[in-house]
Ligand binder design. Structure first.
Ligand SMILES: Cc1ncc(COP(=O)(O)O)c(C=O)c1O
Length: 491
């Protein structure tokens, strides 16, 4: 059959020549080798680049054309622009002196997994749309569950981010708290509550908001002097709300809060939540991977009593972003919240195989398990444990150095790999100290030697130094501490 009267074979030549269809395989192979060589050199030399780019808003955009090309361009030109325009505008999360937010890195094995996933380009929304992708996700998450010491009752699936995982957990909690709302919606229902500490990540409040529970549904529970949720304060809050007729939807303790890595006492929180019948979702997005290290596992005592737990391999398990794992004790609760199967997605395997589209809002899914599986294979339990332990030790060494220095004050203990402190000479009042700490952070970041960030603790502006990069060494940590003290001396 020919479409335009010509022979099919003549038309096929347009695909062979590259005027239709994809880039010819030889060209793809040549460029792919160039790209991989660039990647290897970049990862090897990233410490010589400024961590934070010396650019102002709009600088990158103004160097690029405003329209897509009308005709094909040689991709070598795009690669040149990538090197000359894009890379100079990149904040290098791979840099060993990147200590802002939570310092995270991918890794070579993770990058290889990501590349292969891009080549396969499968979308395993249902089992039959890519059986191996669905089943590798099951296998990889069972491995990870074993590494962090969670019992087999937890069933996992992968989402893009912890914000999504937490919103899905809260959706399951909402389904349990308001079963009739599945059909009728929340209109006319009694208001409910989601409890977390005042130090919890904003994703909990955002999830509450997105699920239509209303911002007032979020209640921040008081914390102790280590910024941990107080179980007695949680009980009082839940009692008070119960008397007012509010529905207890969920309690969200965090293992490793964003500002200080505080560890909420999860076992006691679970006990209180159970008294009131609330769902417990543990936010271990950052802290979860450290449970691989036996000597810190004690911090996680009681998390196995939760209904759901989020752990982000893209934060502290060397897996390129994005990869967030949601473990759920009753995965059917997620299915009840989300499953809705239109005729075009019905499959003959229903019941015999898992269809991952049933666990959340997204239909399409990237093959994220491949990179996580590569990371676990390439480093093994011992390699992951050693790398995370090294981060924990470097953080403690920095904390000791801060403690030993007059004029500096540590603002939180260091259970994981984040050190929070401030410059506070005795003669400086709090407002002046806040301004000084902001200035120190700006000066360090302007040098390009390191990238650090601020937070506010007990009303004061403080410096956060997060350690989590595969390439960071003890000398790098010494040099960021030197850069911080130099900046303070130059004020
Ligand atoms: C404790 C905690 N939970 C959740 C999140 C949100 O993570 P994501 O960016 O994967 O949504 C963060 C981000 O830093 C975090 O620190």
């Amino acid at each position: 059959m020919s479409i335009d009267g010509g022979s099919a074979r003549v038309r096929d030549q347009e695909w062979d020549s590259g005027s239709l269809g994809d880039m010819p395989p030889e060209e793809f192979s040549r460029l792919a080798h160039d790209v991989v060589d660039w990647m290897a050199g970049y990862l090897d030399g990233v410490r010589d680049l400024p961590v934070f780019p010396n650019v102002a808003p709009g600088d990158i955009r103004s160097q690029l054309p405003t329209h897509a090309p009308d005709h094909p361009e040689d991709l070598s030109d795009a690669l040149r622009d990538f090197r000359d325009i894009i890379v100079p505008g990149i904040t290098h999360w791979n840099h060993p002196s990147f200590h802002a937010y939570f310092s995270i890195t991918g890794s070579a094995p993770g990058i290889l997994g990501e590349m292969l996933a891009a080549a396969l380009n499968v979308n395993h929304m249902v089992w039959r749309s890519s059986p191996a992708a669905t089943e590798l996700e099951e296998v990889a998450l069972a491995w990870l569950r074993g590494l962090v010491g969670l019992p087999d009752v937890f069933d996992g699936h992968i989402n893009d981010t912890a914000s999504t995982s937490t919103m899905y957990a809260l959706a399951a909690a909402r389904e349990r708290a308001y079963p009739e709302a599945h059909e009728a919606g929340l209109f006319g229902q009694r208001p409910g509550r989601v409890y977390a500490s005042g130090h919890t990540h904003s994703s909990v409040e955002k999830g509450t908001l997105a699920l239509g529970l209303g911002r007032q549904a979020f209640r921040a529970v008081d914390t102790d002097d280590e910024h941990r949720m107080r179980p007695d304060a949680l009980r009082s809050a839940m009692l008070e709300d119960g008397k007012a007729g509010l529905v207890p939807i969920a309690v969200v303790p965090t293992l490793g809060t964003t500002s200080t890595t505080a560890i909420d006492p999860v076992a006691e929180v679970v006990d209180v939540a159970r008294e009131f019948g609330a769902w417990v979702h543990v936010d271990a997005a950052y802290g979860g991977p450290a449970a691989i290290v036996p000597e810190v596992r004690e911090l996680y005592h009681g998390w196995e009593g939760a209904d759901s737990i989020v752990i982000n391999p893209h934060k502290w398990l060397f897996t390129p972003i994005d990869c967030s794992v949601l473990y759920c004790r009753d995965p059917d609760a997620l299915i009840r919240a989300f499953s809705l199967v239109p005729a075009y997605l019905e499959t003959p395997e229903s019941g015999a195989a898992r269809n991952l589209m049933d666990y959340g809002v997204a239909l399409g899914r990237r093959f994220r398990a491949l990179k996580l599986w590569f990371v676990m294979r390439a480093f093994g339990r011992s390699g992951l444990e050693a790398r995370i332990r090294a981060h924990l030790q470097m953080a403690r060494t920095l904390a000791d150095a801060v403690d030993a220095e007059p004029n500096w004050e540590r603002m939180a203990s260091v259970p994981l790999a984040l050190v929070v402190f401030r410059y506070a000479p005795r003669e400086m009042d709090d407002e002046a100290a806040d301004a000084a700490n902001r200035a120190i952070i700006d000066r360090v970041n302007e040098t390009g030697r390191a990238f650090i960030g601020p937070t506010r603790i007990d009303g004061r502006t403080v410096i956060r130094v997060a350690i989590g990069n595969l390439k960071t060494t003890p000398s790098d940590v010494e040099s960021v501490w030197d850069a911080i003290r130099d900046a303070a001396a130059s004020l």
